[in-house]
Design a protein around this ligand. Structure first.
Ligand code: SF4
Length: 566
């Protein structure tokens, strides 16, 4: 979907139609007048032949379904990197320019609607928006949307700063994909593939860092049929490597996914792409068709007797749905809330089948590992954390972009040497590492090595390795408000410590501005109340989202010297 000549606001299928495609029964559209209204779920249920309750659940959960849609629908990123880029101004500017209040019914004359989303993966060039499915980004975002300035869709710089490019090989000029799969399909064994992945010590790059080979072995030990899902629901604001890989090198991902399916004996692979990445979904679909035409997918692949199909499924706007069990719920057409574990997806996953869920960047490393051997991959990086990781630098840097590096190098080198420090002589006030569930580092804390263990010792997490720089234009209170707003908006609401805690946290953060803040004087109360919120969330939340937000808040408060959030 590149269509420069598409009319503004046009999306490739409305959200409900995308959802319906998961059931293999596409409906052309829900009438425009019904979208975002109480009547829409019943109309969709009727079109699909499903009970109303089956559609009511997800339609009230996923942001894309719940958001009112005008004739022109603009999704504006309000997440950390775009917030830092505009110093928090762009959402109000776009709303004023289009005459549309975010998330309210599109009753304005122009029929435009604005939806705040988090994030769009243009963290290197924000603030960003999707006008329908057409991206635009830059400091003059409102003027671009009004046609007063040329539209800009900046391409991300991608660099390799590791000894060899592993996952970025196809972008920076390395090996072509599909070099390994034909040989493995024709004469390889699952045992050989598992041995190489085990030797590589490859870990999940999506944030959890779990051993890839252990996931694969666990699924293989359970009875078929099995399935492998490539998790392209890259929700961490500040990270955009998965979008770049899916848009610019989708065949490498597909080859990694094919090898993973082979290793665990799966005949079905699914690439799950978040709805905020429409171009990525289109590119992966195109690559699947090309791979089928080339004989890499389909029946009797490369004369091996192996049947393998890969399909693309799209999300509908939910950060938590990137968590693997919540993602599986979404794929089953349910609300995208996390499942209690155990059982783990490798034992009981999609529709009860043993399911491996691997992040896009993780799978993109697999072809290189099988080509060069697991030992070669394990020699990269640090002793405890092998391989490479792609770090994404945000718009505030002089040289923003995606950098493939080896774990262990000092973060200061990434910030100052690779990123060139902050642009326009700005002063680095705080560095957010690993997204909203990661943590914040101050300018004097950058000598830490890029490592999960070192960051954990510092109350932070590597996450998906996004790095968002905040400069002196924003106060700590403003950054804190953005973090709590993210947490409140993206909490899945399943457990009360997180659902209520994030709302209270946001209100207490607003109240810190004074009695005139939105929370009013009644909640501008004692430090103990804030501590109670943080402690309750950290100890009693059901999943990592609610448990990690307090650590992120505390690290932010430490860096900015905010009192009352310890
Ligand atoms: Fe949902 Fe938050 Fe509870 Fe996780 S911690 S299950 S995101 S409400």
């Amino acid at each position: 979907v590149s269509a420069e000549d598409d009319p503004p606001g046009r999306a490739a299928g409305d959200p409900f139609s995308r959802y319906a495609r998961r059931f293999g029964r596409p409906i052309e559209s829900v009438p425009q007048t019904l979208r975002g209204t109480d009547a829409a779920p019943a109309a969709v249920a009727s079109a699909l032949g499903l009970p109303a309750a089956a559609v009511e659940g997800p339609s009230s959960f996923f942001a894309d379904f719940a958001a009112p849609h005008g004739t022109r629908h603009v999704r504006v990123c309000g997440a950390a990197a775009c917030f830092a880029a505009s110093a928090g101004r762009h959402l109000a500017e776009v709303s004023a320019a289009l005459g549309a209040v975010p998330h309210s019914a599109a009753e304005n004359d122009g029929g435009a609607s604005v939806q705040e989303v988090r994030c769009l993966g243009y963290c290197y060039g924000g603030p960003a928006a999707l006008d329908g499915d057409r991206p635009c980004a830059g400091g003059d975002l409102a003027d671009q949307l009004l046609g007063r300035a040329p539209r800009r869709n900046p391409a991300a710089e991608v660099h390799c700063r590791s000894r060899v490019p592993v996952v970025t090989a196809g972008i920076v000029g390395g090996e072509q994909p599909w070099q390994t799969w034909p040989r493995i399909a024709a004469s390889g064994t699952s045992r050989d593939v598992l041995a190489e992945i085990g030797a590589s010590r490859l870990r999940g790059r999506g944030g959890a860092g779990f051993s890839t080979v252990r996931k694969w072995q666990a699924a293989l030990a359970c009875p078929a049929p099995r399935v492998v899902v490539a998790n392209g629901d890259e929700g961490d604001p500040g990270s955009y490597v998965d979008r770049l890989l899916m848009e610019r090198d989708p065949h490498r991902l597909l080859e990694g996914l094919a090898i993973a399916c082979f290793a665990v004996g799966a005949t079905e692979g699914i690439v799950f792409v978040r709805s905020e990445y429409p171009q990525a979904a289109a590119e992966v679909r195109r690559a699947v068709a090309e791979a089928e035409a080339a004989g890499h997918l389909g029946t009797d692949v490369h004369g091996s007797g192996i049947d393998l199909g890969i399909r693309v499924a799209e999300g509908a706007g939910s950060y938590v749905s990137g968590e693997e069990t919540a993602l599986l719920n979404g794929l089953e057409g349910l609300r995208g809330v996390v499942r209690p574990r155990p059982p783990y997806p490798a034992e009981h996953g999609l529709f009860g089948r043993p399911t491996v869920v691997n992040n896009v960047e993780t799978l993109a490393a697999v072809p290189w590992i099988l080509q060069h051997g697991g030992d070669a991959y394990a020699e990269l990086g640090a002793r405890a954390e092998a391989g490479t990781v792609v770090v994404c630098l945000s718009e505030r840097f002089t040289r923003p972009g995606a950098y493939e590096v080896e774990p262990g190098l000092p973060i200061r080198r990434i910030v100052e040497e690779f990123g060139g420090g902050l642009r326009d002589g700005a002063t680095l006030r705080a560095l957010q590492v690993g997204g909203p569930l990661g943590g914040f580092l101050g300018p004097d804390e950058l000598d830490l090595p890029l490592s999960e263990a070192a960051l954990a010792d510092h109350g932070a997490a590597l996450g998906h390795a996004g790095m968002v720089a905040f400069d002196q234009r924003l106060t700590g209170e403003q950054v804190l408000g953005n973090l709590w707003a993210f947490a409140e908006a993206e909490s899945c609401g399943q457990c009360s410590p997180c659902r209520v805690g994030t709302r209270l946290g946001r209100m207490l953060a607003s109240a810190a501005d004074g009695p005139g803040g939105p929370a009013g004087p009644a909640l501008s109360g004692p430090v103990e109340r804030r501590r109670l919120v943080l402690d309750t969330m950290a100890e009693a939340s059901l999943c990592a989202f609610g448990r990690r937000v307090p650590a992120a808040v505390r690290s932010l408060a430490r860096v900015y010297g905010l009192t009352g959030w310890s």
